[in-house]
Design a protein around this ligand. Sequence first.
Ligand code: ZN
Ligand code: ZN
Ligand code: ZN
Length: 369
Amino acid sequence: MYAARLDRVRSAMAAQAVDVLMVSVGADLPYLIGYQAMPLPRLTMLVVPRDGEATLVIPRLEVARVVERPECFSILGWEETQDPIAIVAELCGRPSTAAIGDQTWARHLVDLMGFLPATQWRRSVELVGPLRARKDAAEIAALQTAAAAADRVARQLQGGDIALIGRTESQVSEDLSRRLLAEGHSHVNFAIVAAGENAASPHHHASERVIRAGEVVLCDFGGSLSVVDGEPGYCSDMTRMIYTGQPPAEFCELYDVLFAAQATGVASATVGTSAQQVDRITRQVIADGGFGPKFIHRTGHGIGLFEHEDPYIVEGNEVLLEAGHAFSIEPGIYIEGRWGARLEDIVVATEDGPWALNSADHSLVIVEA
Ligand code: ZN
Ligand code: ZN
Ligand code: ZN
């Protein structure tokens, strides 16, 4: 599998005239060789020449963590007294064009530029992004497993197993996090809990605000789940809305618009439709419902080893959806100072149409506890 991915990335390098690819921290490395570098200042870098053997340059003390795949890459452990940048530059030769991982620490790139002053630099996402965006069967199965685990937590929330009234947003967030782990996630990436007026802020951090009866509660949570122990984990990400009591008619009207927009967005995500078209179709429903200016972010993002990756479902992204593309559809309506709502599923584009991996109740669920 990893050898096939390296072959595909080398074909992309040939097509784009890139001589060498270097990937460090971030998701390209686990995608290509199954090893995730810790985000430490010490350099870990996979050097992939277009025509030559790949080498993983890694601190000596981290070597033991690497699962060896000699058919894919060799390992070069550097000692504390060595300069790893010089080692990487040596392995690169004199490339006219090099691509470097988007999440690489800037200090490493700046130092490399000193060694390779004549090299043109490109972002690895141009090569690896389209490959990572098209999930194979095993990756889709991994996303499905993660989505199902998140769905079980959503059902516990909707079923009233998670007490809301009288607890703080952070307490509920911790509860959601604990349950994500209990349902099989290896890591929790976030558990946004936003009550009342806080729901108007899309990336609100759970706070010490106490949840009261008769208000809206937005819960957006996700983590990553390794299907095989030690292999990099694929992500979950979903949003569901609760009302702690009978919602007022005004909020129900807002929610009906959001519900229709999300369902329409999912249905529009067919193979051959552009990412921006899905955004436009989703946005139009919200505009028609009178909330156009209150939908203040893109419709969605790709998901895989990272929570946010290609393809982004946003105006300007003309990429046509392909079978295997996996992404969120998550429109929101945010009324500052008052309330807000978002509804999110992970969707896979397939030849048989869009497939939403999350199935927990999409309606505004009333929890009076
Ligand atoms: Zn986000
Ligand atoms: Zn989310
Ligand atoms: Zn999301």
